[in-house]
Design a protein around this ligand. Structure first.
Ligand SMILES: CC(=O)SCCNC(=O)CCNC(=O)[C@H](O)C(C)(C)COP(=O)(O)OP(=O)(O)OC[C@H]1O[C@@H](n2cnc3c(N)ncnc32)[C@H](O)[C@@H]1OP(=O)(O)O
Length: 436
């Protein structure tokens, strides 16, 4: 089998990304309080269809995802089709790959185009940390099932007596690894300790992210890829990400207490991504169909890779595993890239991955290669700021990164860019995009 990946259809046409859009990203319980992931997904898809002036009848498939599932609408993709101006006969299904979910939805649509099953599809993801499937305790859930079966009042009373007050408390979904119980923040703490990442370096990366994101918003370029979202009942709107600290002052970062290891930790609210609400989407087409319809693609997928590692220790290392694979499949080295975009889940996780990119020992021991992936050139790295500033509505981040990389490459006159992310479950995703 060849190492190179052929991301084309049978006619040799590349997979074009013709448009990308997202809602502004909002911190938990702020602008999108009460707006579900599904409603944000519908908003962004509707606006994307309208801005790209595409006949919705032409969209043959929609693949979408959300990490925090809404039990009432488990197939969010199909609900988006039914809830927007799309054709009811558009095929739609949902995927989940934790924080790399919309990398997966993009790849699923790309693969449908590569096999020739479709010519045009839409992909993306949406998450709300404000409209949550609040659950009940295991004991209460068990008792409710038993109560439903109980025949007599005496039986029902006996079941109810098994419950204490704390069993009646609501249970919000955890941002934690199912099999280890460790929160993502605790994993970031592990990584800070394993890789000796200082608090000062974490704070400096977060400050850089906020500063660059502020400059990017002020330059006006994001308006092309971020819509204004009108919030039902349509008396308010949001047109800019609200987590970005426009007057980020490095000294104020040092004052914060660690959030996940109060005594010995270094991961704080300022050097973590906040819990965020938002949605994003892209339109993909075969190169031939894009040209026939008169679209100027914003980019093409050159290669992609997904990887997995164990979850007990330092599991947010996905970029260090997925990137070399995507590079190999593209026939490239890190230094060939014009831009490098890495999802900043936590500053500690980002810095640990950056360190391993430059480590020959890591390459030899973990990747079976005799040279490091490559030192990261900071003039190419997260040049518009990253998730620490923009926020991270889990399933929406992948297609945010893909769109942002393509558009920035275009502004720089073309080239190739990497978009990569870690994800819960020890997963990693990487995609190389090329822009003319
Ligand atoms: C693969 C992956 O992506 S895994 C990642 C998945 N995502 C996560 O796990 C989410 C992680 N984040 C979190 O859980 C939460 O954001 C936490 C626990 C870190 C922080 O939550 P909160 O305490 O509610 O944060 P909050 O926004 O209130 O900030 C706390 C304080 O820090 C301050 N702060 C936050 N950012 C900054 C900053 N950049 N500079 C200065 N101060 C800051 C706030 O102003 C606030 O101060 P106050 O208490 O005086 O008002």
């Amino acid at each position: 089998m060849s190492d190179r990946q052929q991301v084309t259809n049978a006619r040799g046409e590349r997979i074009a990304i013709v448009a990308g859009l997202r809602t502004p990203f909002a911190k938990q319980a702020t602008a999108f309080h009460g707006v579900s992931a599904l409603d944000m997904g519908k908003m962004v898809v509707n606006e994307l269809l309208s801005r790209s002036e595409i006949d919705p009848q032409l969209i043959e498939q929609l693949v979408y995802g959300q990490v925090v599932q809404m039990p009432a609408a488990p197939n969010i993709a199909r609900e988006i089709v039914l809830g927007t101006g799309m054709n009811v006969s558009t095929d739609a299904y949902s995927v989940t790959r934790a924080c790399a979910t919309s990398f997966q939805s993009a790849v699923n649509v790309a693969e449908s185009i590569m096999t020739g099953n479709i010519e045009i599809g839409l992909a993306g993801g949406s998450d709300s940390s404000s409209v949550l499937p609040i659950g009940v305790s295991k004991k209460l859930a068990h008792a409710l099932v038993d109560l439903n079966k109980a025949r007599t009042f005496k039986d029902k009373f006996a079941i109810a007596r098994r419950l204490g007050l704390k069993d009646l408390m609501p249970v919000p979904p955890a941002v934690a690894e199912y099999s280890t119980g460790l929160s993502m923040g605790q994993t970031a703490e592990q990584m800070a300790k394993t890789y000796n990442i200082s608090r000062a370096d974490q704070d400096a990366l977060a400050h850089r992210s906020h500063t660059l994101a502020t400059e990017t918003w002020n330059s006006g370029v994001l308006q092309q890829e971020v819509m204004t979202a009108h919030i039902p009942p349509y008396k308010q709107f949001i047109d800019r990400d609200n987590n970005i600290r426009e007057n980020s002052v490095l000294e104020s970062y040092a004052k914060l207490r660690p959030a996940f290891d109060r005594k010995h930790g270094s991961v704080t609210a300022a050097n973590s991504t906040p819990l965020t609400d938002g949605a994003s989407a892209i339109i993909l087409m075969s190169e031939g169909r894009a040209k026939a319809l008169g679209y100027q693609p914003i980019g093409y997928i050159k290669s992609y890779a997904f990887t997995a590692i164990d979850v007990w220790q330092d599991m947010l290392m996905g970029p260090s595993y997925a990137t070399p694979l995507a590079l190999k499949r593209a026939g490239m080295e890190l230094e060939d890239l014009t831009l490098i975009e890495m999802h900043e889940a936590f500053a500690a996780q980002t810095l640990a991955n950056m360190q391993m990119f430059g480590s020959k020992k890591f390459a030899e021991e973990k990747l079976g290669r005799n040279r490091a992936i490559g030192e990261i050139d900071m003039s190419k790295f997260n040049v518009l700021g990253g998730s620490l500033a923009y926020g991270h509505p889990f399933a929406a981040t992948g297609t945010r990164l893909i769109t942002q990389v393509c558009r920035e490459l275009k502004r720089r006159g073309g080239g190739t860019g990497l978009a990569t992310a870690c994800a819960a479950g020890g997963l990693g995703a990487a995609m190389i995009l090329e822009v003319e």
